[in-house]
Design a binder for this molecule. Structure first.
Ligand SMILES: [Zn+2]
Length: 490
């Protein structure tokens, strides 16, 4: 996350915090000799043990067809029908199925929470009781995905005690969810929120007790003492439960287990860390079957890539060597250009954070992402909307997509990144990201032709998540409750 204080938007680095930063740097300089010595031991022990357990190792213990939870944790669940009863037919739209196929006229048939089939415009052989929605002239897409959210992040004017309140965090999260789903975003990867809040919201959405996108959550960000997210300023995010500060390899490993115990779908770490610490965290996450992503800067990225990290957040790889190493190792990236565009446009710069000690500008960011694309690194779409920026939706999401067009992707390719590729990066490509029979029924319908003009993504008509209509005629859809019978007199 870009660390943005509640008030003002750019941290005022006080004399006290400058002193503490100087002390911290001095401390790091002292400990680097020690960590260098430790490093030799760690490398030797890794070599002695052979390669670490790959993240995908546990998948081979699940036979194909085993019913599992609709998340990267892949917990076996009881087989049987899921989602709402009945059939929904989206009749006569322009189908962008996300597979790379050309747009075509067609009708999408949904049964319960899955896509059943896509039929030619003239076919009408669906069950008589099906709900048929005319989408002629509109474009039918796989639900959009945002790889980088912070749904409990407080607005700038939220007083500290309220910002730290878990009750308020839950309500803030519910409020944020509305903006995402109304923007046609049916899945979010929440990469750092307060304590158990994202997991409770995740369950309420899954059970259709709250209208919103699917939430794939990391829980807390894991960082070192004074690392990104715990680096002071006016906004003390350690106290509010967003950050898990860890120290030493065993504690980093345990911090990963804590997030997994809460329900994490992915693990997020931040610099700074030693080689032994980052290796322990990644090994533990991979053995649990989870990907690890990193908000880390400069040489910490190299360290994380060498340790087997799956993904890097933000335009933070600051050297050609790091980008080359990421490409060699197949490390993915979620560059999130838009939050930095918002910061630079509103505040003129990015100041006062010791975890961003490099020259930072919009042009430099774009150039780095361009190099990542040229190197063949798989890039995804995330917006990283903190403070009250989510109220700008869908603007920031569309702006991020337009950055990808600037990078040289065609508009249909960018829509494919926002859906199919983002699903791959989520570890959910078998269930999400394209409109194909058997996939989960996450569908966005917009007026116009977003494959020609990305601005048409703002014209959301209908959103279906997991077979439930979440947005209908552009409005949040909350069906009237069905009263439960009272007990009879006796
Ligand atoms: Zn973020």
């Amino acid at each position: 996350m870009p660390i943005v204080p509640i008030v003002p938007i750019v941290p005022i680095v006080s004399i006290v915090s400058i002193v503490s930063i100087v002390r911290r740097v001095a401390h790091l300089a002292r400990t680097s000799v020690v960590s260098g010595a430790l490093l030799l031991g760690v490398r030797a022990s890794v070599a002695a043990q052979g390669t670490a357990t790959p993240r995908t190792e546990r998948w081979r213990f699940l036979a194909p067809g085993t019913a599992v939870s609709d998340d990267p944790r892949r917990v076996p669940v009881a087989p049987g029908p899921r989602g709402p009863a009945g059939t929904i037919v989206l009749r006569g739209g322009r189908i962008f199925d996300g597979t790379g196929a050309a747009i075509r006229e067609g009708t999408l048939v949904i049964e319960r929470n899955a896509i059943a089939r896509i039929v030619a415009p003239g076919v009408t052989d669906w069950p008589a009781e099906a709900r048929v929605i005319d989408v002629s002239g509109k474009t039918v897409l796989p639900g959009l995905i945002d790889l980088h959210t912070h749904i409990t992040y407080p607005d700038p004017n939220t007083p500290g005690p309220i910002a730290n309140s878990m009750a308020d965090a839950a309500l803030r999260g519910a409020d944020h969810l509305r903006y995402y789903i109304e923007s046609g975003i049916t899945s979010i990867r929440d990469v750092d929120s307060q304590n158990e809040v994202p997991f409770r919201l995740q369950a309420w959405v899954r059970d259709n007790r709250l209208v919103g996108p699917r939430i794939f959550a990391v829980g807390q960000l894991i960082t070192g003492t004074g690392g990104h997210g715990a680096d002071g300023g006016d906004y003390n995010s350690v106290a509010d439960g967003m950050i898990r500060v860890a120290s030493g390899p065993d504690d980093w490993r345990n911090a990963v287990r804590e997030q997994f115990a809460r329900g994490a779908d992915v693990i997020k770490i931040a610099s700074h860390f030693s080689r032994a610490e980052v290796q322990a965290a990644i090994d533990e996450a991979h053995e649990l079957g989870l990907k690890v992503t990193c908000d880390c800067e400069t040489f910490y990225i190299t360290r994380a890539v060498e340790a087997g990290i799956d993904m890097i957040e933000h335009p933070l790889p600051r050297s050609d060597e790091t980008i080359r190493l990421m490409a060699q190792r197949g490390t993915e990236a979620d560059p999130t250009l838009v939050p930095y565009i918002l910061i630079f446009n509103s505040a003129g710069g990015y100041y006062g954070t010791p975890s961003r000690r490099f020259t930072f500008s919009k042009d430099a960011d774009f150039e780095l992402v361009r190099k990542m694309k040229q190197a063949g690194i798989k890039l995804g779409i995330g917006t990283d909307l903190v403070v009250d920026w989510y109220r700008m939706l869908p603007g920031p999401y569309i702006t991020e997509l337009k950055q990808f067009v600037r990078l040289g992707y065609s508009v249909p390719e960018v829509l494919g990144i926002a859906t199919r590729v983002n699903a791959q990066l989520l570890d959910m490509a078998d269930k999400l990201g394209t409109l194909e029979p058997g996939k989960l029924a996450d569908v966005t319908v917009v007026d116009g032709k977003p494959d020609v003009s990305l601005d048409d993504l703002a014209r959301v008509f209908l959103v279906i998540r997991d077979g439930y209509v979440a947005v209908d005629h552009g409005q949040l859809a909350i069906p009237r409750h069905v009263p439960v019978p009272m007990p009879a007199d006796r």
